[in-house]
Design a protein around this ligand. Sequence first.
Ligand code: HEC
Length: 493
Amino acid sequence: MHRSILLALLLTTPMPAQDGSQLYTTHCSACHAADGKGATGGQFPPLAGSPWVQGDPQRTIKLVLHGLTGPVEVAGRTYNLEMPPQGSVIPDDHLAAILTHVRASWDNGSPAVTPGMVKAARAATADRKTPWTAPEILKLHPLPAVAPPIANLISRIYPGEWQDLPDFSKLTPINVEEEHDGLISLSDADRNELVGLVWEGEITAPKSGKFIFRLDADDCARVIVNGKTVAEVRGIGPHDGSRAKQGQIQLAAGPHPIRIEYVEFRGQEAISLAMKGPGIPGWRNLSDSPIPAERPSLMVKAGAERAVVYRNFIADTTPRAIGIGFPGGVNLAYSADNLAPELIWTGDFIDGSRHWIDRGQGNQPPAGDQVVKLSGSPALADSARFRGYKLDPAGNPTFSVQLGKQFVLDSWKPAGSEGSPSFLRTLTVNGQGGPLELLLSDLLPLKITGDQDFDLGDTLQLHAEGSTLESRDGKTFIKLTPGQTATLTYRWK
Ligand code: HEC
């Protein structure tokens, strides 16, 4: 072919359109990830659902040309990193193709960018030599206004002491507030412990489909959408993901009423709620505190024939607690500090994931139910010392405590049948000395119901043999005679 014809062909054939997706992979995905959610598990800011890439294209173009440094907030999270300028390595048509791709992907829903727009931005910022800070570029090109996550949000505050959600419709709030930022929050108002809160407002489903709501709270909470309870966190416990609940509901595109009920009992207080579904990139936070990461549960389980021991921090006992899960679904947490069984419960034993995955931060609550706290103070005189425990072939423990020249041996094993869980506890005193008095409970009232039968609190029946029980000042003691075996059967009603 003649050279001049080749040249003419090259000049007249239109340039092939740049592949924005491929150029994105080359120039951006190392830091912002192929799915736009931010590389290294979100250490870098996301472009998916980022208001920074939506609306006025000049902001995004100028940012990529010259880079960005210092604190920047993207979708409720603050990053403080540096993005190097890309202007010298990416020509106008390539950058236009990349940004067209980014703005059309991941629900960013923004129109295309032309090479002409990039050219204009380059010319307008030609003397810029350093990366932008977020305030600098936002002054030139503010972010598009975003609707509050929950529209018309109001909160009502109820004083009171609850360990579960009350019927708020029967109660009168002491305070009603408008929450203009549209986020559920415990930080704005002066909200003490022992409080109930109800928020009401409207969420918008961008498209019709199934929406998932994820809720976590310290202590209990419930989220109701369109009058239907979607997720509930019940009981007293931490806000750390271990009790978070997820539920889904079908919603038509458009606004829907949402109601969140919350109760704080004692200790820490927190609530978080997020939603996701069609038209929402990732999770949308509906609360100012983000939802804790999902943690897979790793239930510690007794064998069919053998009990299992868990040595780690257990919520609501002392730091040196020994957890034992027995076959048949009865469980015990013995405090080596207080020389006493402190918690007993039925059902699942304990979720070990916190300590195996997160390296042991915080306390793990019992995983089962009917948790009974028996006592919370030392069972014997201060001079008594914990001397360890032995397991029999079935894994049943005998705890040993020394007091002077005497040893108290405290053995536990499951005794009940399916559907009627119970424990058999055997106490003996060896060594030189007289009778001993051991604290059984300083928390639960004792009521005599028969010759050797008692109610211990509301949930337990106690049967005693070979000893006498005595209650005074709200505490129950057992009298142990050296050389004589005392047995106690704890049965859940
Ligand atoms: C070397 C890593 C790196 C590369 C490559 C990179 N970025 Fe960034 N980008 C960052 C960092 C880091 C920030 C946040 C800077 C800060 O904290 O001030 C950021 C911020 C942004 C932001 C504003 C915040 C947000 O998340 O919306 C946009 C928009 C953006 N980058 C687009 C792009 C595009 C488009 C490309 C490809 C042309 C790209 N970036 C390439 C690291 C990078």
